[in-house]
Design a protein around this ligand. Structure first.
Ligand SMILES: [Zn+2]
Length: 119
């Protein structure tokens, strides 16, 4: 997780947030917090919607970051230890985000992140 967050922090224009979900003991019960199944990391990255690629890969000079088909694209990453499986709730959330146009991937390493975000 640390290496992945360090890598994301180096990418120009990429916003990264950590989504904490889980449950904490409050008195004699557990209280859930966060959005169940939501990926560990999410944010946005500069995107060229005309070529459907990251903005850094755009070679056509369509315009500035917010004009001519360039703008932020939301992404989300589920970070797993090697071999770990996603829960049914996480799989359902993945399908929801992808259907809405998010870049989504389940990753185990920085190399996975590089592939997922197209860099
Ligand atoms: Zn472009």
């Amino acid at each position: 997780m640390r290496a992945i967050r360090d890598y994301l922090a180096m990418l120009p224009g990429v916003l990264t947030f950590r989504a904490n979900t889980g449950a904490l003991p409050v008195g004699d019960r557990f209280v859930r917090f966060g959005i169940e199944g939501f990926p560990d990391l999410f944010g946005s990255m500069p995107w060229c919607w005309l070529t459907d690629r990251p903005l850094h890969a755009c070679r056509y000079g369509h315009g500035g970051v917010r004009t001519g088909g360039h703008g932020p694209r939301p992404w989300a990453l589920e970070v797993k230890r090697p071999g770990a499986k996603r829960s049914p709730t996480q799989l359902a959330m993945a399908a929801t985000l992808e259907a809405a146009g998010w870049l989504y991937a389940c990753v185990e390493s920085v190399a996975d992140v590089q592939r997922a975000l197209g860099r």
